[in-house]
Ligand binder design. Structure first.
Ligand code: ADP
Ligand code: MG
Length: 424
């Protein structure tokens, strides 16, 4: 008779007499069903399954659990197994669990010493019997389990029957947990895409607004500059208020340059597309910034993959992108820090991936969402304009590329870009 009194199943499930048998099985299955359906997290579920199966069979055993990953069964979880044995088991094609999954039925080996299917379990000291249980749902094996038992074990017919039902319940729970996980992943991707879309629209409308305002400001500013010059010239070098007039001229000119800069990058001006190896553009920028890098004693790491395709880009503009990103990295990194430049093939053959990382101060979550907005800066007055990343974004966008950023406060920041690859 079946008496399921382990540490997982409650005492009350265990039967008292033979006549209770049917009820016992039913009660046990109800408990198992409730338990395996109560968690959608895969990891705890696997542990629960391992315990339940051992409980059903009323054995204490070392355990290994495999799960199907595309075509193969991969070892996911072990308990009380030495590490080296588990490592070998993971690689063993003919493990008992894998055979059981293939045959879609449980295999009971009473004496591992006499059965070649489980002879590898002889390595485990004191193990006498071994069991392989497939986890099958709707004719599909989603995984398998192996139990290594330190006594001779032969299951009753009823234990086998209950075990098969439990195994299919567990398989369904595993399927559910996996569906839930992939659903969660899709949801995260969707959320990110949506966030990017919102960001893109926000930047596009800010860009339009800025271009409009900049354009409107240009004419009155030109007048201010000309009149200031005119007045200064007619006042002569020693004339009244000459310093003030020159100050008006200088500051108005600064405004005009800023506006020119903004207009230049907001306008959908044409790109002069040429084929260049990305590493070459990066090296050009490094030469340009060698003083800044040296004076801060920063280590520069180059990770240029030979497989990376060339880029089809506007050389000057992409150079500007790299200058802005590397300058930001330099400014964020203390002396002795590291800046890494990586170029590699993208998962999408239409693009080449460029990564610029630093070991600098990092960016807070709150600031991350505002990073590409024009005039967003955390630098003190006179040190930053907050236009660098806005320009970077505009240029990459105009190339129909992508840019994203990951950062951890105190640890560093990585900007990842996908630039259009030249067709071979
Ligand atoms: P600016 O450099 O003029 O401040 P940017 O648009 O280039 O303007 O950068 C905006 C802000 O983004 C910076 O002020 C800084 O706070 C943050 N930032 C950009 N790059 C990094 C980086 N590599 N590490 C830390 N913070 C960064
Ligand atoms: Mg900057």
């Amino acid at each position: 008779m079946l008496s399921l009194r382990g540490h997982i199943l409650p005492e009350s499930v265990g039967g008292q007499t033979d006549s209770d048998t049917t009820f016992d099985s039913f009660a046990a299955l109800t408990v198992v069903a409730k338990m395996v359906c109560s968690t959608l997290a895969l990891e705890p579920l696997l542990q629960l399954i391992a315990d339940i199966v051992a409980d059903i069979l009323e054995v204490s055993a070392a355990k290994a659990l495999f799960l199907r990953d595309t075509d193969e069964l991969v070892l996911k979880f072990t308990r009380e197994l030495p590490e080296d044995f588990a490592a070998r088991l993971g690689l063993r094609k003919e493990a008992l669990g894998r055979i059981a999954a293939h045959q879609k039925k449980a295999i009971f080996v009473e004496r591992v010493a006499d059965d070649p299917r489980a002879s590898y379990a002889k390595e485990l000291e004191g193990v006498v019997s071994c069991i392989g249980v497939p986890l099958c749902a709707k004719e599909k094996s989603v995984g398998a389990m192996e139990l290594y038992i330190r006594r001779s074990f032969v299951p009753s017919a009823e234990q086998v029957e209950v075990l098969e039902t439990v195994a299919s319940l567990c398989a369904m729970a595993v399927e559910n947990a996996r569906l839930y996980e992939s659903l969660k992943e899709s949801y995260e991707t969707l959320k990110n895409t949506q966030a990017q879309l919102i960001q893109k629209e926000k930047l596009a409308s800010i860009g339009q607004l800025i271009a409009g305002i900049a354009h409107e400001l240009k004419n009155p500013l030109t007048s201010v500059i000309s009149y200031a010059q005119l007045l200064a010239d007619s006042a002569g070098e020693k004339g009244e208020a000459i310093d003030e007039l020159r100050a008006i001229e200088t500051n108005a000119k600064r405004c005009r340059d800023l506006i020119d800069n903004l207009l230049h990058y907001s306008r959908p001006s044409s790109l002069k597309l040429e084929i260049h190896p990305v590493s070459e553009i990066l090296e050009g920028v490094i030469k340009l910034l060698s003083y800044e890098l040296k004076s801060r004693n920063l280590e520069l790491v180059h990770q240029y993959s030979g497989d990376a395709p060339d880029a089809l880009v506007d050389y000057q503009q992409i150079m500007q992108v790299f200058v802005n990103l590397i300058m930001n990295a330099v400014q964020a990194t203390d002396k002795g820090g590291r800046i890494t430049l990586a170029v590699e093939p993208s998962t999408d053959p239409e693009f080449v991936t460029v990564r610029i990382s630093d070991t600098g101060c990092g960016i807070s979550e709150e600031n991350l969402s505002r990073l590409f907005e024009p005039f967003f800066t955390t630098k003190e007055k006179g040190k930053g304009t907050g236009l660098g990343l806005y320009i970077v974004y505009s240029i990459i966008n105009r190339h129909r590329g992508m840019i994203s950023v990951e950062s951890k406060l105190g640890a560093g920041t990585t900007f990842t870009m996908n630039l259009p690859a030249a067709k071979v």
